[in-house]
Design a protein around this ligand. Structure first.
Ligand code: SAM
Length: 210
C-alpha cells in the first residue's frame, strides 16, 4: 500500500512507471462511460458545458487527460496527495483541483451534491479506502447523476464491495447500471471490475459519513 507521502514522492515518476507496466485504467474507464452514453443507459450529456465531472483520486491527471481528449469541458479533481495534484495541475485538464481531501474522512460540505458525473479510477485498490468510501462518491454526485469507477480485482477478494453497494442499493442511495468484471487495468499485473451507478432523482443526501 502507498500512503499519501509515498504518492507525493512517486508523483514525478508515476506516469512513466505505470504506463511501462501497461496501465490502461483511465482509457478503459472513459470508453466505458462513452459506451453507456451511446447505449442511452444514462441521460447525462457528457460534452454539455453545464455537465460537471469530478475525478476522485485524480492522481497525476491521466483520467482528466483522457476525458479532455474526448471533449469533456468541466472537469474538477480531488486527491489527498499534493505531489500528485501538482502533476495534475500541469496537465491543464482540470478547472479546479482540490487537495487535502481524504475519502476515509468527512466529505467537505461544499462538495455535497455538486457533480453530474463522478469518476474514480485506481483508488479502490488494496487498502487505500474501504468500500464505505462509495458513500463519499454518492454524496458528491447530484441526484440523477452518474458514478463510474473501478475496483481492482484483488480488492474485491479482500473487501465485500459488492455487498456494500447492494446495501446502498437497497437503501435507494444508488442503482447499478452496469458492471464489467475482470477487464484490463494494469498489464499482466492486475485486472479490475468496472462499475456504473446512477443516483436516484429523489435521493436526499445529508452531510454525515456512514
Ligand atoms: C493508483 S493512483 C490513481 C490515480 C489516477 N486516478 C489514475 O488512474 O492514474 C491512486 C490515487 O488515489 C489517491 N488516494 C489514495 N487514497 C486516497 C484517499 N483515502 N483519499 C484521497 N485520495 C486518495 C492517491 O493519492 C493517488 O493519487
Amino acid at each position: 500500500m502507498r500512503k499519501k507521502e509515498e504518492y507525493d514522492e512517486f508523483a514525478p515518476n508515476y506516469d512513466k512507471n505505470v504506463r511501462a507496466r501497461g496501465y490502461v485504467g483511465p482509457e478503459y474507464m472513459v470508453s466505458f462511460l462513452l459506451e453507456l452514453v451511446t447505449a442511452q443507459k444514462t441521460s447525462i450529456v457528457p460534452h454539455h458545458p453545464a455537465t460537471k465531472v469530478l475525478d476522485v483520486g485524480c492522481g497525476t491527471g491521466l483520467v482528466g487527460k483522457a476525458l479532455k481528449r474526448e471533449g469533456f469541458l468541466h472537469l474538477d479533481g480531488i486527491d489527498y496527495s499534493q505531489g500528485m495534484l501538482l502533476e495534475a495541475y500541469q496537465t491543464k485538464a482540470y478547472q479546479t483541483l482540490i487537495g487535502w481531501c481524504d475519502l476515509n474522512k468527512e466529505l467537505p460540505f461544499f462538495l455535497l451534491n455538486q457533480y453530474d458525473i463522478t469518476i474514480c479510477c485506481g483508488v479502490f485498490a488494496l487498502d487505500f479506502v474501504k468500500p464505505e468510501a462509495l458513500n463519499w462518491l454518492i454524496r458528491v454526485t447530484k441526484p440523477g447523476g452518474l458514478i463510474i469507477m473501478n475496483t481492482k480485482t484483488t480488492y474485491c477478494n479482500t473487501y465485500d464491495f459488492e455487498g456494500y453497494y447492494k446495501k446502498m442499493e437497497q437503501m435507494k442511495h444508488l442503482k447499478l447500471i452496469e458492471k464489467r468484471m475482470n477487464k484490463p487495468y494494469l498489464g499482466n499485473e492486475a485486472d479490475a471490475h468496472y462499475w456504473a451507478f446512477s443516483i436516484p432523482n429523489t435521493q436526499k443526501k445529508i452531510l454525515t459519513n456512514g
